[in-house]
Design a protein around this ligand. Structure first.
Ligand code: NAP
Length: 300
C-alpha cells in the first residue's frame, strides 16, 4: 500500500482531533468496494490551516472533511461553495476536483436522511430546536430548505438564537426565538395559542423536537432542557448527541411513548453523503453503519 502511486487520500482536519469515528467508517467502505482510497485524521494548528488545505490539493487528495474549529475558517480557501453550505455558513466536506476546492455541508442533509429513514418528512412540520450552534444551524437550514412550516429556536443566549433566525429569513419558514428556561418552568405557557409574549412561548405545538446542544453527553451531570410530559403525544424527539446513543431525553421520551431518533443516523448519513461526493459512488450504507456501531461501542 505504501508504494502504491494510485492510492488517493481523504481525511479529516480539525484541532484538537482527539478521537474520530470517521477513519473506521470510511475505510471500511473503501475496502468493501475495493477503492484505492484511505481516510486519515490530521490535527492542524490554526496558523497552518491555509497551507494544509493547499497541500492537500497539491498532493491530489480526493477531498477532506472539516471539523471544529475550522468549518467556517476554511471557506476563504475554497474555490466555490454549494448553496446549502453557503446558507449554513459552514463547510464540513471539501471535494478536490482538477485542483479546485469545492465546499459542501453534509450535516443538514445527513439529519434529513436520518428522518427519511424513519419515514419522516420535513415539509410542513413545526420544529422546536434546542440550541443555535454549528449543528443547529446546519439542521435548521436543511429543514427550512425542505419546507418545514416553523422553527422555534430555544436558547440560553438569545442573541445567538436571533442570529440563527436571521439566517433562516428568506427560506420561507416562520421562526421564533425563545429562552430555554421557558421550556422547563411549569408556570410558563409552552405552546403559543393566543399571542402570548415573544420569547415566552413556541408558536405551535411541535411535531419534531431536536436537541442540538451537548446536553446529554455526560449522563452523570444531566440537566433537563424540556419537560417531556409537556410534549404533544405525536411529537418525534431527536437528539443529535450520539455518545451515549440513548440520552436521558430519549430514554424519557421513549418511555412516554414518543418516537425517538438518536444522533447516530445523522452521523452515518452525513458521512455517506460525503463518501458519495469524494468518490462519485453510492456509499455502502450498511457496511458504514456496522463500522460506526462497532466504533461507537468501542468508544463508550
Ligand atoms: P456548538 O457549536 O458548540 O453549539 C452548542 C449549542 O448548545 C450552543 O447553542 C450552546 O449555547 C448550547 N449549549 C451548550 N451547552 C449548553 C447547556 N448546558 N445548556 C443549554 N444550552 C447549551 O456545538 P455543535 O457542534 O452544534 O454540537 C452540538 C451537539 O451536537 C454536540 O453534542 C455534538 O456532538 C452533536 N453533533 C452531532 C452530529 C451528528 O452527526 N449526530 C453532528 C454535529 C454535532 P451557547 O451559545 O449559549 O453556548
Amino acid at each position: 500500500m505504501v508504494n502504491d502511486s494510485r492510492l488517493k487520500l481523504t481525511g479529516l482536519i480539525g484541532y484538537p482531533v482527539k478521537y474520530s469515528l470517521s477513519p473506521a467508517i470510511y475505510n471500511a467502505a473503501f475496502e468493501v468496494l475495493g477503492l484505492n482510497l484511505r481516510y486519515v485524521v490530521f490535527p492542524v494548528q490554526r496558523e497552518a490551516l491555509e497551507e494544509a488545505v493547499k497541500g492537500m490539493a497539491a498532493l491530489g487528495f480526493a477531498g477532506f472533511n472539516v471539523t471544529i474549529p475550522y468549518k467556517e475558517a476554511v471557506i476563504p480557501f475554497l474555490d466555490s461553495i454549494h448553496p446549502e453550505a453557503e446558507q449554513i455558513g459552514a463547510v464540513n466536506t471539501v471535494v478536490i476536483s482538477n485542483g479546485k476546492l469545492l465546499g459542501y455541508n453534509t450535516d443538514g442533509v445527513g439529519f434529513i436522511r436520518a428522518l427519511e429513514e424513519r419515514d419522516i418528512r420535513a415539509a410542513e412540520k413545526n420544529v422546536l430546536l434546542l440550541g443555535a450552534g454549528g449543528a443547529a444551524k446546519a439542521v435548521a437550514v436543511a429543514l427550512a430548505r425542505r419546507g418545514a412550516a416553523s422553527i422555534a429556536i430555544a436558547v440560553r443566549n438569545l442573541d445567538r438564537g436571533k442570529k440563527l433566525a436571521g439566517k433562516l429569513a428568506g427560506l420561507g419558514v416562520q421562526t421564533r426565538v425563545v429562552h430555554l428556561e421557558a421550556l422547563v418552568d411549569p408556570g410558563e405557557v409552552l405552546w403559543h395559542t393566543n399571542g402570548a409574549g415573544e420569547e415566552k412561548a413556541v408558536p405551535a405545538p411541535p411535531d419534531i423536537i431536536i436537541n442540538a446542544t451537548p446536553v446529554g453527553m455526560t449522563p452523570e451531570r444531566e440537566t433537563e432542557l424540556i419537560r417531556v410530559d409537556s410534549l404533544p403525544p405525536h411529537c418525534i424527539v431527536c437528539d443529535l448527541v450520539y455518545g451515549p446513543r440513548r440520552t436521558l431525553l430519549l430514554q424519557k421520551s421513549a418511555a412516554a411513548g414518543h418516537k425517538v431518533i438518536d444522533g447516530s443516523g445523522m452521523l452515518l448519513h452525513q458521512g455517506a453523503e460525503a463518501f458519495f461526493l469524494f468518490t462519485g459512488v453510492q456509499a455502502p450504507l450498511e457496511v458504514m453503519r456496522r463500522a460506526m456501531d462497532v466504533a461507537l461501542c468501542n468508544n463508550m
